[in-house]
Design a protein around this ligand. Sequence first.
Ligand SMILES: [Zn+2]
Length: 268
Amino acid sequence: MNIYDEFFKGISPEDWEFFAADFLGAKGCVIESPPARGADGGKDMIVSFQGKRYIVSCKHFIKSGKSVAEKDESSFLERTKQHKANGFIGFYSTVVSQTLQDRLKGCEDNSFEYIIFDRNSISDYLPNMSCFILQKYGLPSPESFYYLNVPESEYQPLPCMECGKDILSDEMITLSMAGIAQDDNGRLHYIFGCKPCIGAYCDYYWLDHLQALYIEQLISWDRCIQDYLDNEDLHDSFWRNYFQHRSALMQRLYPSHLGLYPTALIQW
Ligand SMILES: [Zn+2]
């Protein structure tokens, strides 16, 4: 059982082609001729990658679960030549049959190459794609609700250091942050709270909580702190606050398979 099976099943056959276009676009392909909506279902999508042109064939057999067979791709070589392409990309929500695999392999030469993205390889790439693409095709939109990784009865609020409001509540996550502030003696403090309460003190690095809910963003944040704090004078409470913030935040992190934060920037 693949955790994305339900996700794949929720994509209509028509949208599967658009998903393929977004997926290949995210992997660096240029879409030369996009999938066509409507009656002309047989039209191939054309993409280019590193100077080569490929025709893309999308097969969405996830509901029946059957593999893509030779008869499903009987004319791949003719279509590739017809479009003056260098190769063929199969984009499949199931797997490829051995006979088709063998036939593709048999045709491989200087003027024809092929790449297969199947259920397994597509799944491998999904956690590294933007959550915007994934939610467009049915994964829950991170902005529409927040996760709770612990039972509700065990949830521990994180009070704003200034006003005491729980800054990890659904209402406050988007309005709160953590950051590093310097006191009059030059010592650094790790602080967290509502943006209006603490925003003005975060003269150094700061982390928006909406961003902090993505694990890869949290990793960047840690690296930032690690690089920055070398040789700095830290207040005694620095690491205690850091860990209080971190353990509370972990309660609300998004599962990594929902994709990446839309931009890869930590702001400061
Ligand atoms: Zn506050």
